[in-house]
Design a protein around this ligand. Sequence first.
Ligand SMILES: [Zn+2]
Length: 122
Amino acid sequence: MSAPAVPEPRPPAEALVAVPAPRRPVGRGTSNGNARGNVQDRARRRAWLLATFGDGQTCPCHRCGLTLDDSTITVDRIVPGIEGGTYRRSNIRPACGPCNSEAGARLAHERTHHRLTTGLAP
Ligand SMILES: [Zn+2]
């Protein structure tokens, strides 16, 4: 039979360091933000594209000219993300979904070839 555990002596009060309370998460503690920003950022970006490239409600696809609205517009990065392009206003333009995914699936040299042979933006 072992001896009962002796409790450790309590440290003097001046040796205790205040531990800050853990930060409580705001809301549920989750966010839907990513590299494109959160839902408000994305809505503001679409609104800015519609106002800058169109009449505020609609604007044309930069590539095929299809009329886009808030539900159909996609944000096309001029310098694509794979080459370090950001979502700054100087690097975005409106595109329809098919044009945007077509450009994104292409490698850099294919985009250059496409631009040189068709005259269309990548
Ligand atoms: Zn298009």
